[in-house]
Design a protein around this ligand. Structure first.
Ligand SMILES: Nc1nc2c([nH]c(=O)n2[C@@H]2O[C@H](COP(=O)(O)OP(=O)(O)OP(=O)(O)O)[C@@H](O)[C@H]2O)c(=O)[nH]1
Length: 324
């Protein structure tokens, strides 16, 4: 039988994948109660090739004990914000370089895009870390949600197959989809997020306080506090863009030589990947006034964390605190 080789040698530590909203980690016996709760639901069982219905009490303990990393990794999908487990996703090695991918999400967590997010990550893991060359996935034809998730991840229809369907009491026809590594690389390149370059600046006053601006109503992420700055216009250097933004947003004059780069943010938003160099500036002419409906606050470095900021900015706070 095929095994995972190099990846299983590196042990459980390798069984962890992080995505923007999820953590995929190894399944343990402590997971049995929630697994049993969700798979006992007919709406989960009827779509799978493994889960009987009614589900036998204690069945999840047996299931967890039966997991063997040599057959392929199985991940518990956990929500990052509150560590709530939401489902399972796994790879089952079928032959040299090939695995079948299977997943389910507990009903309370449907329609939030968790399956898509987990599937994309596991596909990347399969091709990049394990070194597989092709993946397949099955779905009963009426499981349109699962089929959509598979297709969004790049799997394409290759025909009908037949699998066990214990919850339905026998064999059942399923749609088979597949994805080859080369195809995946192409799909990924096509669906890659554009990089958005935004420049930002921490203005520091004579007391060592930092200027934050609250995004006004009607803009994306309204109410959050950010560093002044903005997108580059065509042909502008980052420093030229900042000098212009400071004039437009705050009515102050500074020069490129007064801007010192100290850090950058790199953050995946839904529609773009933000790359944001952060400068500090201690010298300017004029008094900052909100020219674009924002609210301004001069904030002591130790108090920066009290101001809700866009997620991209959070790693910049300790950098600034260390510097000031
Ligand atoms: N200026 C600034 N932008 C930031 C910070 N953090 C952060 O995620 N951003 C994001 O970077 C982009 C900045 O664009 P912008 O300031 O030129 O334009 P905007 O507010 O009109 O953006 P919008 O098109 O999202 O409404 C926004 O999507 C904003 O949410 C920050 O600290 N300062």
């Amino acid at each position: 039988m095929a095994t995972i080789g190099a990846d299983s040698e590196s042990g459980c530590a390798a069984l962890r994948i992080e995505t923007p909203r999820l953590i995929l980690r190894a399944v343990t016996l402590a997971d049995a109660p929630w697994i049993e709760r969700y798979v006992s639901d007919w709406d989960i069982a009827r779509h799978t090739a493994r889960i009987p219905h009614p589900y036998p009490p204690g069945g999840a303990v047996d299931f967890v004990r039966s997991l063997d990393p040599k057959d392929g990794p199985t991940f518990a999908i956990e929500r990052r914000e509150d560590r709530e487990p939401v489902g399972l996703i796994g790879l089952e090695l079928e032959g040299p370089g090939e695995a079948e991918i299977g997943f389910w999400i507990g009903k309370p967590f449907w329609r939030r895009g968790y399956a898509s997010e987990a599937l994309k990550a596991v596909i990347e893991h399969a091709f990049r870390k394990i070194g597989l060359s092709s993946l397949i996935a099955m779905a009963v034809p009426e499981n349109r949600a699962s089929i959509r998730v598979q297709e969004k991840a790049g799997l394409t229809y290759t025909g009908m197959a037949e699998t066990e369907a214990p919850a339905r009491g026998g064999k059942h026809k399923v749609e088979r989809r597949a994805l080859e590594q080369a195809q995946w690389q192409k799909h990924r390149a096509q669906s890659a997020l554009p990089i958005l370059l935004v420049v930002a600046v921490a203005l520091i006053d004579a007391d060592g306080r930092v200027l934050l601006a609250q995004r006004p109503k009607g803009r994306s992420m309204a109410g959050l506090w950010e560093f002044p700055g903005g997108k580059l216009q065509e042909g502008e250097s980052p420093e030229e863009a900042l000098v212009r933004e400071l004039k437009e947003e705050l009515g102050i004059d500074t020069s490129e030589s007064c801007l010192a780069p100290i850090a950058f943010a790199s953050h995946r938003y839904e529609k773009f990947h933000l790359l944001m160099p952060l400068y500090v500036c201690r010298v300017w002419k004029g008094t900052p006034h909100p020219h674009e409906g924002q609210t301004l606050a001069w904030v002591r470095p130790q108090k920066l964390a009290d101001y809700p900021m866009p997620p991209a900015d959070l790693p910049l706070i300790p950098v600034l605190q260390d510097l000031l």
